[in-house]
Design a protein around this ligand. Structure first.
Ligand code: PMV
Length: 329
């Protein structure tokens, strides 16, 4: 029996991934850039043994059906790489609430890729781990490397992986996540990616992505907050324009979401270094310079419709916490 535990952070995309050119391989139509969210993590233990089936528990609740199938798909990839047949028991826990607008799948699949490959006796390189995590959830590819990360679109399965463009200590950015809804979203990102191409705006958004990636990468490397805030808002708005004009249309925003956009732009026009971005949900990620995080959090809590605010700085790479060969005695 072999076992390993790994831990990884969720990430927030500054330039978003939306749409696949290959849904099964999760090969994206465009590159993306993100920041790992420090302090928040998924911790996953994988144990290969002689049991009959794979089993999964998340936060101590047994999961079957689609959730288990997605995990078994990654385990199958690992089994074939390691040339083993043993089934696995997977248990995972998050230290951040579900439905908080923080993609738990990114952290979960990054931790799974690392724990499963280690438990199977493999020592995968960072690009190999990122590619493996990508097969579970595209954004999980970005939770393998540390700090500020770019996932290159790639020309093939082999070169579509994420890498660090700046380390954790490079820039003291903080993500204040304003919670306006804890309802489970009706359409998850897997279905969303599959219909992205039905929007007449998607081709234009994709064709324009190298420009946005360049601006965002440069803003991060030169720590230019104004340019960073402008490009993340523009990119998030473009992705949501595609979502809203897909067939069927996806409208993730709530009235409070839009209220926060107005407040954030107003604060920035008055000199506060803040900018917003939203994933496939109603909650708003307000990125700010670390020195202003307390003030931003306080102001957000005063806005109508905001029920809570989570605060996260820049996070490191996915890590193995424990790995062992256990005797079956
Ligand atoms: O990795 P997925 O399939 O959950 O897709 C993530 C999609 C967004 O969160 C909306 C954007 C992104 O790049 O993280």
């Amino acid at each position: 029996m072999t076992t390993a535990t790994a831990q990884s952070h969720p990430n927030i995309a500054a330039i978003k991934y939306w749409g696949n050119r290959d849904n099964a391989l999760r090969l994206p139509v465009n590159g993306s850039i993100s920041m790992n969210l420090g302090g928040l993590y998924a911790r996953t233990t994988v144990t290969f043994s002689a049991s009959k089936n794979d089993a999964l528990s998340i936060n101590n609740h047994a999961v079957i059906g689609k959730g288990l199938e997605r995990v078994s798909y990654i385990l199958d990839l690992v089994r074939s790489m390691a040339n083993i047949k043993e089934k696995a028991e997977v248990s995972s826990e998050n230290n951040f609430p579900a439905g908080a607008g923080i993609a738990s799948s990114a952290a979960a699949f990054a931790a799974l890729a690392l724990a499963a490959s280690k438990a199977a006796g493999l020592n995968l390189s960072e690009p190999e781990l990122s590619r493996l995590a990508r097969r579970g959830s595209g954004s999980a590819s970005r939770s393998i490397p540390a700090g500020f990360v770019e996932w290159r679109v790639g020309a093939s399965e082999e070169d579509s992986y994420a890498f660090s463009i700046a380390p954790v200590g490079h820039w003291n950015l903080v993500d204040c996540v304003a919670i306006v809804s804890v309802a489970h979203k009706k359409t998850g990102s897997t279905e969303g990616h599959a219909i992205a191409g039905t929007s007449p705006l998607q081709n234009t958004r994709v064709a324009d992505t190298p420009r946005r990636l360049d601006i965002c990468r440069r803003a991060i490397l030169t720590r230019d907050f104004e340019s960073f805030a402008n490009i993340i808002e523009h990119d998030s708005d473009m992705m949501h324009a595609v979502m809203m004009t897909s067939n069927p249309p996806l409208m993730y925003w709530q009235p409070a979401t839009v209220g926060i956009f107005h407040a954030v732009r107003d604060w920035r026009s008055k000199g506060l270094p803040v900018g917003y971005t939203v994933d496939a949900g109603a909650n708003v990620h307000i990125m700010c310079l670390g020195d202003y995080a307390k003030e931003v959090e306080t102001k957000l809590r005063e806005l109508p419709g905001v029920s809570d605010v989570l605060v996260a700085g820049v996070g490191g790479a996915a890590q193995v916490i424990e790995s062992a060969l256990r005797s079956t005695l």
